[in-house]
Design a protein around this ligand. Structure first.
Ligand SMILES: [Zn+2]
Length: 81
């Protein structure tokens, strides 16, 4: 009976350890995904209206960034004057 209890305890500990590992791995993966997404998409400022947009969604014109095609064209026009 003592051996059975010991095996039962080991099974519970192993199960708890497995659950804990599964949970901690899931949260770590989520945290990594979040931080890598933040690194992949730095914010840039629209030169026309000053709004901050992720660089993935922004439009570049030389060194300048714009939030939309409309603002890119307006910003470009302003440069040419
Ligand atoms: Zn803009």
């Amino acid at each position: 009976m003592g051996l059975f209890r010991l095996l039962f305890l080991i099974a519970i500990i192993a199960g708890a350890f497995w659950l804990w590992r599964r949970f901690s791995r899931a949260t770590t993966t989520r945290a990594n995904a979040r931080s890598s997404a933040a690194q992949a998409a730095p914010m840039v400022r629209c030169q026309h209206c000053g709004v901050h947009v992720p660089r993935n969604n922004a439009l570049a014109h030389g060194e300048q960034w714009f939030c939309s095609q409309n603002h890119l064209e307006q910003g470009r026009r302003r440069d040419e004057h």
